[in-house]
Design a protein around this ligand. Structure first.
Ligand code: ZN
Ligand code: ZN
Length: 75
C-alpha cells in the first residue's frame, strides 16, 4: 500500500508536534507550508519521512538562501 505524500507530510508534522524545524514555531492547520527535501530529488533524495521536512514558506526560502545544496542542514 502506498502512502501519499500528503499522508507522509501529516505524519511528519505530527511527529514534530506541528513545529517548523527551522524556526521552531508552530505550523498551524490552514497555514501555508513547504515540503523540503534534505537531499534534493535530483541528487537521489526520495520521498521517505527521513528525507522530508515541513517548513514555513519563508523558512524554506531562507534555508535555501543560506546554504548551498551540498551543505543543507539536517532539519
Ligand atoms: Zn519556520
Ligand atoms: Zn527545500
Amino acid at each position: 500500500m502506498k502512502t501519499s505524500l500528503i499522508g507522509r507530510v501529516k505524519t511528519l508534522w505530527e511527529k514534530r508536534d506541528g513545529k517548523c524545524p527551522a524556526c521552531n514555531q508552530q505550523i498551524r492547520a490552514g497555514d501555508e507550508w513547504h515540503v523540503h527535501h534534505q537531499i534534493p530529488k535530483y541528487l537521489g533524495g526520495d520521498d521517505t519521512l527521513t528525507n522530508l521536512a515541513i517548513l514555513h514558506p519563508n523558512c524554506h526560502r531562507q534555508v535555501h538562501v543560506k546554504y548551498k545544496l551540498d551543505e543543507l542542514p539536517a532539519l
